[in-house]
Structure formats: structure tokens, C-alpha cells
Design a protein around this ligand. Structure first.
Ligand code: ZN
Length: 197
């Protein structure tokens, strides 16, 4: 932890000297995209995309799960999605799953999660993984990709997303990031397959 604290201490000096122009960020934000991905520490959206401060609005959840929009209780995830689409007016939403995902692996294997009830309850928000997903494959590619498509379906049901899609103001993207290679695959609807970006 100490090296993280040390970095944060000198960060203002680095920010002042860097090319980002942090001062302008106080005027507001106008991010290009909402990027929904897993909380996994190995997935760094700005590192993958090269996004500068102010360019990506992020939503990170365990397993990049998008909860149903009509849940009875207030949900931070729904608020983040609605704010990005309706207030910030992002033109694109990316759902990015990743290889070797612990959450998707637990779902695919049907792990016993009684010791972590909050995790168990959260994963129940995910659409059940389709039959035949490769729970035994180390990178879980098929399971994660199917899971990403399910989360895109969830997103389409959000009223703000549906309006954006109908109005041609919004595009949805399904990505699969390989943490062991850095490669990104994108779902191509015409081929119904994940292919290199
Ligand atoms: Zn994950």
C-alpha cells in the first residue's frame, strides 16, 4: 500500500507538469463513452483505450453485471447508466468482459458461495449462463462472451438506452479483453462472433 500512498503524494506535481491540463477539468466533463467493466484489478480501461482524464465514464461491478433496470430498490448502477446517457449524453456504451474472470468462473462452475453471501446475491443478478459454456477453460472466453451479450440485452431494456438507440444517438459495444495478451475482441453482429478490434 505504501507505494500507492507515495504516488498519490507526488501526483499533484506530476499532474501540473503533465500534458493533460488538469485545470480545465474543473469546468466539467464531456466523456465520449460509458465503459462498463469488471472490478478486477487487472482490467484498466484507460490503459486499454488510452483515454485521457474526462474521456471515459466508468461503471465497474463484480463480473461487469448490469442489473435489471426494473429492480425495486435504488441501484447505483442504474443511476450511473442513466446519468451517462441522459445527462452527459455519451454516444457509446461499452460492456467489456475479460478472460479469467472470477465472477463469471464462479457462475459457470456453480461454485458454493455461502461464505460470501453478498457476492452470491449479486451474481444472482446475472442472467444464467447458457448451456455449454466452457466452465473448464482457463480463460473462460466462451462463458464471458456469452455473459457480455446478456448484459447488452439488459442495457437495451433501460428506458434511457432504448430511447438513445431508437433516436440513433447511442451505440452499444460488446468487448472481450484478454488479460494475458492485452488483446481486445469486439462482438460483430453480422458474424455473431467476437473478432479482433
Ligand atoms: Zn471479472
Amino acid at each position: 500500500m505504501q507505494h500507492l500512498i507515495d504516488h498519490a503524494r507526488v501526483f499533484p506535481r506530476r499532474a501540473a507538469q503533465g500534458p493533460e491540463g488538469f485545470g480545465r477539468l474543473a469546468a466539467g466533463q464531456s466523456p465520449h463513452a460509458l465503459f462498463i467493466t469488471c472490478s478486477d484489478s487487472r482490467v484498466i480501461p484507460s490503459l486499454i483505450t488510452g483515454a485521457r482524464p474526462g474521456e471515459l465514464f466508468e461503471l465497474r461491478t463484480a463480473g461487469n453485471i448490469v442489473p435489471r433496470h426494473d429492480r425495486p430498490h435504488p441501484a447505483g448502477e442504474a443511476a450511473t447508466i442513466e446519468y451517462a446517457v441522459e445527462v452527459l449524453g455519451v454516444g457509446d456504451v461499452v460492456v467489456c468482459g475479460h478472460s479469467h474472470c472470477g465472477a463469471v468462473g464462479a457462475m459457470a462452475r456453480g461454485d458454493d458461495l455461502t461464505a460470501v453471501p453478498a457476492v452470491r446475491d449479486w451474481l444472482e443478478h446475472a442472467t444464467p449462463l447458457p448451456e455449454g459454456t466452457d466452465a473448464g477453460a482457463p480463460d473462460l472466453a466462451h462463458a464471458v462472451q456469452s455473459h457480455v451479450l446478456d448484459q447488452l440485452d439488459r442495457l437495451r431494456a433501460y428506458p434511457c438506452v432504448a430511447r438513445g438507440l431508437a433516436g440513433g444517438r447511442l451505440r452499444l459495444h460488446g468487448w472481450f479483453y484478454e488479460i494475458h495478451t492485452g488483446s481486445v475482441l469486439a462482438h460483430r453482429s453480422h458474424a455473431d462472433a467476437f473478432q479482433p478490434l
